[in-house]
Design a protein around this ligand. Sequence first.
Ligand code: FES
Ligand SMILES: [Fe+2]
Length: 327
Amino acid sequence: MPEPLPHPVPFGWFLVSYADELAPGDVRPVRYFGRELVLFRTASGVPALMDAHCPHLGAHLGHGGHVDDEALRCPFHAWAWAPDGRCVDVPYAKRMPAKVERPGALGSYPVVERNQIVWAWYHPSGEKPFFDVVEHPEVGDPDWEPLTRYQWCFRSSVQEIAENGVDPAHFRYVHGMDAVPEGETSYDGVMRRSALEGPRTWENPDGSVQAGTSRLLTVQNGAGQKWTRFWGRTETLLMTIVTPIDDQEVELRFAFTRRREAPGSPEEAIGRASIESIAGGVEDDIRIWSHKVHQARPLLCDGDGPIPEYRRYFSQFYVDAPARERA
Ligand code: FES
Ligand SMILES: [Fe+2]
């Protein structure tokens, strides 16, 4: 096994479910951010994420708990917990214990539903969100295809994965771009924008080969939301979504949508093939990520991207960044 990754779980908005995988009344035990959690959706459709263990006598609400109207009932003694962590009913008590009626009596997480995804705000010391999840107009637009989704789970961290976005050389050597693409990255508070442009050859569905330019813009909004827009032969939006299971392991999801093309047209076939090739290509990244170590003092050359700047940017998402990177 490679040595452990040094970073704690960063704070931000993270996917905890696709919206359509969490129906009203669903209850699910989940483990993210190194914590045992329970995810559910109330009868009226409000998604909620709370700490898993009941403050009464410790039952896991995700194993046998059930949705009762707008609350989650514990499987042990049926106390009912609202999405804000308040206890709203103790069915056999004459008087509710005062402490449990306050929001957060049970740890709960801010949740929003956007881009067909349920996002939860994680902060290690419970600070409230101070930025928002960005909405993508393409998702759900009738001129764009429904999401095509992929999912992987492996040893890595949010920071390591996003670092590839400022590493233009790897596009040549891992992903077979025809040259190291030219790129530029800018930072603005919690946002990072990396634009890349480079020559690319495409194989057409009829087997012929075509040369052109591929352009992409990756935007990162805090630690957990990232997306890339591609312009080449077709137009594609990729949401690259990383959720930390703990400080050593992640779930990575790719959710693509592309502009609708005439069925049977060459553009349509190319659009579909390009999604498959991007999704296939990340498996080459995953092989690197799963086995690499974090080089806190990397040996860089003049052709490398702005790795130190990126690390300084990312360190803002840790309450306790490793001292060397803060400096
Ligand atoms: S442990 Fe949850 S109600 Fe008793
Ligand atoms: Fe990559």
